[in-house]
Design a binder for this molecule. Structure first.
Ligand code: IPE
Ligand code: IPE
Ligand code: MG
Length: 254
């Protein structure tokens, strides 16, 4: 039995307020460039934006926040930017893990950890363990994550555990091995920075997620911007394959 409803196998609830928000935090480099600053200043400023977003999600009682911090393709960037980002992760995690715990936040890191280095791996393991039973918000950071990597690692892990599945398996069988099996599928996806693409983020889980794109660069994405995204979400009709009339029928009588 899957823990959460699959949007393709069932018709899931469409909560009025998003329960799970997934974000591609894009535009740090351009934000810095506009200010004649080095790109890394944009990443630094982006951390501040993220810290505020976590607090806003706590305040709004959003249950799951998932952010894309570093993709499996971001290794293609100049080496000095990559090493700055890795050091920034270590610094931020060291500084923030106690605050996250105090705020009752459960931290999860998804992605291929084998390339993240010992220091970062150690910190991740420690912070995940410390915050494992926290209940206010599940905050997931995707680091060295790729949607294709996730589907492949899940397939491999599933077949290792159940070699008999080679003859056939269900969506739920595979979903149990995906990195985010502990969370419902995102209701709302936000990408800042003006690009309208998924960039290999949560390919499986975004099947029926409402997509919201904004030109606002990540360091400038504040509470008002999140409210705009949620307002847009609330105007969508989530049909999950059905027709509009069927949704009207299903509406409870007030
Ligand atoms: C997103 O901002 C942060 C990471 C990918 C780590 P960018 O660094 O991609 O900023 P732009 O897109 O170049 O402005
Ligand atoms: C996506 O941003 C990844 C993260 C925000 C971590 P990119 O800036 O790497 O995406 P592309 O290259 O423009 O698609
Ligand atoms: Mg970018």
């Amino acid at each position: 039995m899957a823990l959460f409803q699959s949007s393709t196998r069932n018709i899931p609830d469409a909560p009025r307020a998003p329960r799970h928000v997934a974000v591609i935090m894009d535009g740090n480099g351009r934000w810095a460039k506009q200010r004649f600053l080095p790109r890394v200043a944009g990443h630094q400023r982006g951390v501040k934006t993220l810290r505020e977003l976590v607090l806003t999600c706590l305040d709004m009682k959003i249950e799951y926040l998932t952010v894309f911090a570093f993709s499996s393709e971001n290794w293609r960037r100049p080496a000095d930017e990559v090493s700055f980002l890795m050091e920034l992760f270590v610094k931020v995690l060291k500084r923030e893990f106690k605050h996250l715990h105090k705020d009752n936040v459960r931290l999860k890191i998804i992605g291929d950890r084998s390339r993240l280095g010992d220091k970062l791996n150690h910190l991740i393991t420690e912070t995940e363990a410390l915050t494992a039973n926290n209940t206010a918000l599940t905050f997931t950071v995707a680091a060295n994550y790729g949607g294709r990597w996730d589907i492949m690692q899940a397939t491999q892990a599933m077949l290792r555990a159940h070699p008999e599945f080679i003859d056939g398996f269900s969506e739920d069988d595979l979903a149990a091995y995906l990195s985010m099996s502990y969370a419902p599928e995102p209701d709302l996806f936000i990408r800042t920075g003006g690009e309208q693409r998924i960039s290999n983020f949560l390919l499986w889980q975004l099947a029926y997620t409402e997509l919201y794109f904004t030109d606002t660069l990540w360091p400038a994405f504040d509470r008002t911007e999140l409210e705009k995204a949620i307002a847009s979400y609330q105007h969508r009709e989530r049909r999950f394959g059905r027709i509009s009339e069927q949704l009207q029928q299903d509406k409870p009588v007030a």
